[in-house]
Design a protein around this ligand. Sequence first.
Ligand code: TRP
Length: 461
Amino acid sequence: MTTPSAPREQWGSKLGFILAAAGSAIGLGNIWKFPYVVGENGGSAFIIIYLLCTAIIGLPVLVGEILIGRTTQRNPVGAFRALSGSRFWAGVGGMGVAAGFLILSFYAVIAGWSVGYIYESFSGDLFKYADPTKAAVHFEELTHDVVWIIGYFGFFMILTMGLVYAGVQKGIERGSKIMMPVLFLLLIFVMIRGITMEGSGAGLEFLLKPDWSHVSGQTFLIALGQAFFTLSMGMGAMLTYGSYMSKKDSVPSSALQILLLDTAIALVAGIAIFTSVFATGLDAAAGPGLIFHTLPVVFMKMPGGEIFGPIFFILLSIAALTSAISLLEVITAYFVDEKGWTRHRAVIVFGSVTFLIGIPSALSFNVLSDTTIFGLNFFGLVDYLTANIMLPLGGLLIAVFIAYVWKFDKALIELKNGAERLFNKNPLLITLWQIFIKFFAPVLIFLVLLHSTGILDVLGL
Ligand code: TRP
């Protein structure tokens, strides 16, 4: 273990941490992924399960993850090792680093689409398709073009590498501070346009009237995976950001603010997309292309759409960028802290390797679209393995680690730093966190993972 001689960089302020962590959480997961998994999994019943996962499992584990980072001031591997001295737990941190790497490899592909759509909307190509099915066809044409998809993917990776290269404060904090509120405002405009479209009622019904007949063990797993994915938790990104946080700041209230912001954005995006999907007769279960089929039509039907369209895709790309830097930051922090690499070398090596690993994901939308493993193409497989398996498993291990390895009482002493006022006013919160981190979170994650394997069905449970 290396002890860095220079003092570790810290966020400029408490707001710096919240903005950067919210910048990590808010991204394609809210605006691209949330709507399409809701569409594929039957609407409001899925949303209810997702909200429950966020509140019951997401919040207590998020608090724990940030706390591990703030306490140790280290990357995931170093953090687990410092608190336990065990190689097994250092390996758990290593699994997180690997998961982040894999997530970035497909995340940047989709972010590339968003960047590509900036050009499409400036060139006016996006607004040629009054007929919604034509917008969908245009999307298929673009993603079938190998040069288009890999080109924008590579371009986005270079942007991400540039920002991580610039270092913690300069790159990440400043980048996150600027654009998020504007994006939120724009989403609200799109939502209002969606709601006021003729036929949007069917979309609202889809979002509000639960249909439990589609719910299965898989639904729970996907909802849990989505909760982890959208909050950037379970693999050490929030841990790493927490490691730059000051002990004077409150972990629980920061975690709650991030969670509320992130959830609000996902719900607004969901309403914006489904009112429009139903009003235009598009397919709610269209999969990863859903927002790219829908939004061009919305912008066309919106006064000032030619201006809002490009601004929207610029902001979506920036939101994706602040998420992508958090993914690359984890692996960079690991190689800088643990292996003594320079920041520049880590960024260049791992940015490039991520690009190579992402190529089969990019090709899953064209030349490799028929190549499937367990019924999923390469993109689908990496997404499923990371979001639905590795992240919840990481969350389970974080909870078990805090409760039984680090030990709850020691963790609590750390948690109280910066949160004295909160706990003095609401001592019950401590008991709640204790119950959730020791029992509910780990047991529920375990059951969901087990249920998804079908074992519980076999046992008749
Ligand atoms: N949460 C981000 C989003 O919703 C994606 C992301 C960034 C992420 N860092 C992560 C997901 C770490 C899982 C783990 O777009």
